[in-house]
Ligand binder design. Structure first.
Ligand code: GLC
Length: 439
């Protein structure tokens, strides 16, 4: 097998759309929406398969209209999506020839992934698949003593372990990934999840897997979880990535405090995946939804630190995105309609974070996100008056003349932007000033 050489130019070329687009929808959906206690319900409750299979026979999401999902994502300003093709429970939302445990064999009788890719492409979004490396349904995946398997403590499974053929499981895993990379057209993202303990890297036959994926989908982006989970960064952070390092780091339920850099100090591409409430899969009792205003600020924070945000929705058993999530997506869309120029094609500015907000940079401009109002004109920390060609309120393009009244004359090195004549910012969540700098 030829020695792997990391081709940084080819890497940066394929990352371009992703770094530009910044904002995607994560979709966690499957049988676990029926018990509605999260996608880990089998593991957390150590639920035997026979208690879970009734959900397979019941599953019939008659309200699944993925075009509505795609429209909601697009209206929120999302540019790509990643949907679970198979989660840890092993249930396949796609018509795999390698298993009967799939959506086309439920009462739904539908290839849910096919309908998803068609709908999201029709709305102009790029499409990705989440694919679980773990599989709690497959007989050859380790059960007893595994870190996560629902039957990890079941003595009756202990004697079966020697009969499990992990090689046969890997043939299944690789075969399904081949199906996903072959049968659904151009795939933009493959989101593997997750490595743990010795279940990492070549245990998955990762080099062979990635070579197969890249031979079928040369432009696809792959996450870093063939090496790690949400914890750890993988060999991308060493500056000398392995052949299965993946293309971006995937911090989970956290935004890296200072962004992410490799061992040589070069910025890493990363994507924070975050839930709207506290769960990925539909959880009926989890009403702890984050305010849209907070999620807008988190999107800005990710971009200001050179990262992406993959924001999750967990549709219910009927195939509907929860009302609270739809409302949040709509409010995010309102802000994005006015301010997406400060997100798309933007990233970190080489300026310190100002005390009253954040700064993103791109499209030849600085975007100053005012998150806290001032008494009087708002100081744009880090920008010197002699640098400024023009200031505009991004949401309406209106000109802002830097203040030069007697209050600010004591501070000639600071640009003060009089963005409002009222005690309120033009956008109380995040008012963006577009700064064009003198060349
Ligand atoms: C964790 C969870 C998994 C979820 C993933 C999303 O790995 O175990 O259920 O799909 O995070 O990033």
């Amino acid at each position: 097998m030829a020695q792997f050489v990391f081709d940084r130019k080819a890497y940066e070329d394929r990352m371009q759309w992703y770094v530009h687009d910044r904002f995607g929808m994560f979709i966690h959906w499957g049988l676990y929406a029926i018990p509605a206690r999260g996608e880990w319900v089998r593991s957390t409750e150590q639920m035997p398969e026979e208690e879970y299979l009734p959900f397979f026979h019941e599953f019939n999401p008659t309200d699944y209209h993925p075009r509505q999902w795609a429209k909601a994502a697009k209206a929120a300003g999302m540019q790509y999506a990643v949907m679970t093709a198979k989660h840890h429970d092993g249930f396949c939302l796609f018509d795999s020839a390698l298993t009967d445990f799939k959506s086309t064999n439920t009462r739904a009788g539908r290839d849910l992934i096919r309908e998803y890719v068609d709908a999201f492409r029709a709305e102009g979004l790029k499409v990705g698949f989440y694919y679980s490396l773990l599989d709690w349904h497959h007989p050859d995946y380790p059960h007893y003593g595994d870190q996560n398997h629902p039957m990890r403590n079941c003595e009756a499974e202990r004697e079966k372990e020697p009969g499990r053929d992990f090689t046969r499981y890997l043939a299944y895993l690789h075969g399904q990934v081949r199906e996903l990379c072959t049968n659904y057209g151009k795939i933009d993202l493959l989101w593997f999840d997750f490595s743990y303990g010795k279940m990492t890297g070549e245990t998955w036959r990762a080099t062979e897997l990635v070579r197969m994926v890249r031979s079928l989908q040369p432009d696809v982006l792959i996450d870093n979880r063939l090496e790690v989970s949400g914890s750890g960064f993988g060999s991308l952070a060493t500056g000398n990535p392995s052949e299965f390092s993946g293309d971006f780091v995937s911090p989970e339920q956290i935004i890296p405090p200072n962004g992410l850099f490799d061992a040589q100090g070069a910025p890493l591409h990363w994507e924070a995946c975050i839930t709207m409430n506290d769960n990925w899969g539909y959880t009926a009792k989890d009403k702890r939804f984050k305010p849209a205003s907070s999620l807008i600020k988190k999107l800005v924070e990710c971009v200001s630190k050179g990262g992406n945000l993959l924001l999750n929705v967990g549709p219910d058993a009927r195939g509907r995105i929860p009302r609270e999530s739809l409302e949040t997506l709509s409010q995010i869309g309102d802000w994005m309609r006015d301010n997406s120029a400060s997100i798309y094609g933007c990233g970190a500015a080489n300026l310190p974070k100002p005390e009253n907000g954040r700064i993103t940079q791109g499209n030849g401009r600085l975007y100053y996100h005012i998150l806290e109002n001032s008494i009087g004109a708002v100081p744009l920390y880090g920008v010197r008056p002699e640098q400024v060609e023009s200031l505009r309120l991004l949401q309406d393009g209106s000109e802002i003349h830097p203040a030069d009244n007697w209050m600010v004359q004591n501070y000639p090195d600071v640009v003060f932007a009089p963005v409002t004549d009222t005690p309120y910012l033009p956008n109380e969540i995040d008012t963006v000033v577009e700064i064009t700098l003198k060349q």
